[in-house]
Ligand binder design. Structure first.
Ligand code: GLA
Length: 377
């Protein structure tokens, strides 16, 4: 990818580009908790975005998306918002930096990625983090890392129409090889957890249903609104910290749908903590049980699954997989599977065969390698 990006850059704009990269992420558990002030447990992966960038001394950005073979040029003022959706991520990052007082100018860039699009692995966060990190570096802006993640998140909110939480951008910026990160999305404190399932005889495997999830214009924002309504009835800023008893007590003041959404989120809070404790004790059985509970909570109460993902989780369970669940925002994309080493090959063969027989195409399988966050190459 580095070579392809560099070559294309040289061909289009000449020499002198600097390469930057940022990863996508997995999330072991803690889904739809970030915007509720709760805990998440992500790690960066070895798939992401690579961009070649060179400042061009003008007030224009010239960008080329290698995978799409598409180019776009835009200015840096608010009214210059490009019409191409991929370019809005780059434009949004520039604007959010400027809003924070960062003085930046134009640049030329070519980028490519190997994080599958719409798979729930945060390809868009990888793109935002790459450019936030690169511009901070090239212009010596001195923006601290967490703020780079906020710049990516604000880009989603203000330029891409998704009211996402902070998890994806946080993970893409802060990732560390061999470590998951537990982030408290209320205090924004986080800690690194060494994570080496192989040491315990397990592997993490992603199974991509190839049902494209698209959070823009999806009910993602509606889920968030449901949670905010229930939190308001409970007199809290976030659902975080609310108990099932408190929820039961306001059941007749909220809609049935909002009740189910909140029930999932409150349950998920506890599951993240359970998983952290279980990991520390080397108890992968409990980790896996919680993963299944999350899946069926996301499917039944939160309603962000789809038939294909439920099928994948069901087949995983039949194969004796320790834990399996939808990963990321939902509505398509991947399941994340915690699989005993010795079951791995049989599981992959069975899930591939059964899925293809039912849906007419094979799912894509990716091994998970926990890797570093945004960086200059
Ligand atoms: C998407 C969002 C995140 C988070 C997850 C669900 O990936 O970008 O902020 O809400 O969905 O956990």
């Amino acid at each position: 990818m580095k070579n392809r990006v560099s070559q294309k850059f040289a061909e289009l704009y000449g020499e002198g580009a600097v390469l930057f990269a940022s990863p996508g992420r997995i999330n072991l558990i803690g889904e739809h908790t970030d915007y509720n002030g709760g805990f998440v447990f992500p790690g960066a992966v070895d798939k992401g975005i690579v961009a070649a960038i060179r400042l061009n001394g003008t007030d224009k950005v010239r960008a080329y998306a290698l995978d799409l073979e598409d180019s776009c040029s835009f200015g840096l003022a608010e009214e210059d918002k490009p019409s191409k959706s991929w370019a809005c991520y780059i434009f949004g990052v520039c604007r959010e930096i400027q809003k924070r007082g960062g003085v930046i100018g134009g640049f030329d860039t070519v980028f490519a990625g190997d994080v599958p699009l719409g798979a729930g692995m945060s390809s868009s966060a990888a793109l935002e983090s790459t450019f936030a990190f690169a511009l901070n570096d090239l212009y010596n802006l001195g923006i601290e890392k967490f703020e780079l993640a906020r710049i990516g998140q604000a880009t989603e909110h203000n330029y891409c129409g998704v009211n996402c939480g902070i998890m994806d951008q946080f993970a893409s910026v802060h990732g560390k090889a061999g470590h998951l990160m537990r982030l408290d999305c209320r205090s924004m404190e986080f800690s690194y957890f060494p994570f080496d399932p192989a040491k315990h005889g397990y592997r993490l495997v992603l199974v991509n249903s190839c049902v494209k999830h698209e959070l823009v214009g999806s009910p993602y924002n509606d889920r968030r609104k449901s949670c905010e309504r229930v939190a308001a009835v409970l007199g809290q800023q976030f659902l975080r910290g609310a108990t099932m008893e408190q929820l039961e007590a306001v059941k007749d003041k909220i809609s049935e749908e909002d009740y189910l959404r909140a029930r999932y989120v409150i349950g998920e809070e506890q599951r993240v903590l359970d998983v952290c404790n279980a990991l520390e004790a080397g108890d992968y059985q409990t980790v896996g049980e919680r993963m299944y509970q999350t899946h069926w909570g996301m499917s039944g109460d939160y309603e962000v699954s789809c038939e294909e993902l439920d099928f994948l989780a069901t087949v995983a369970e039949q194969c004796g997989v320790t834990g399996s669940r939808i990963m990321g925002g939902g509505f398509g994309g991947c399941t994340i599977n915690l699989v005993k080493e010795e079951l791995c090959d049989a599981f992959i063969a069975t899930v591939t065969e059964k899925f293809e027989a039912k849906y007419g195409h094979k799912p894509k399988i990716y091994p998970v390698v926990i890797s570093d966050g945004a960086r200059r190459l």
